[in-house]
Design a protein around this ligand. Sequence first.
Ligand code: NAP
Length: 207
Amino acid sequence: MKISIFGYGNIGSALTKQLTRAGHEVVLSGRDLEKAGAVASQYGATVLSIAEAAKASDVLVLAVHFDAVKDIVAAAGDLSGKVLIDPTNPLTADYMGLTLGYSTSASEEIAKLVPNANVVKAFNTLFAQVIDQGAEFGNAQASGFIAGDDAAAKQTVGTVLTSLGYSVVDAGGLVNARYLEPLAGLNIYLGYGAGRGTQIAPTWLAR
Ligand SMILES: NC(=O)c1ccc[n+]([C@@H]2O[C@H](COP(=O)([O-])OP(=O)(O)OC[C@H]3O[C@@H](n4cnc5c(N)ncnc54)[C@H](OP(=O)(O)O)[C@@H]3O)[C@@H](O)[C@H]2O)c1
């Protein structure tokens, strides 16, 4: 699959590494194409401007802080029909709380910015260090939670997660990003606040 990633920080780099490894064609983009190039060249990804990267792929990843999404959207042009993977968590400055929730979520606010795109929450409960190292934890696979309102878009994102080895958990409509963002908050607390480190991931068991 051809996938454009906006942002070449922790999440953008880890996804570029694992998506290229899984055989996807990755376009990396952001506001500094030299920085994007430094990451892309390590993994055989290509670099395009934000507008070109948005045109180039049907699946786009918003690997930037929630507050920066509006800048990406403004530079991207027409996003009609695009699958927009949203890993963002609207974190407070100390990373120990959320700046919005309960009656909305980062994903729903992004969907308001780009009503013609298909926003799917995914990857937000996975530390970048987990994405970088891969989905396997011994014999178990980390869960890849998805929430979104378009069935085909969710199917596409599920295929991406499966290709990386995650066990897909369909968490329902985009409104349930209101649950997935606090779940990421708990994960961040456990990893950093409680000192358990970043090789942890929330996983849903069934029997
Ligand atoms: N890190 C994690 O473990 C983790 C886990 C789950 C979800 N997330 C979420 O994933 C997103 C990315 O996190 P991260 O840790 O990868 O962040 P990061 O390492 O700080 O990278 C942020 C990226 O956003 C770019 N950026 C910042 N402001 C921008 C703007 N105004 N316009 C365009 N690009 C801008 C930065 O580019 P410059 O270098 O040019 O500023 C950089 O490429 C966040 O929403 C975060 O909540 C993170």
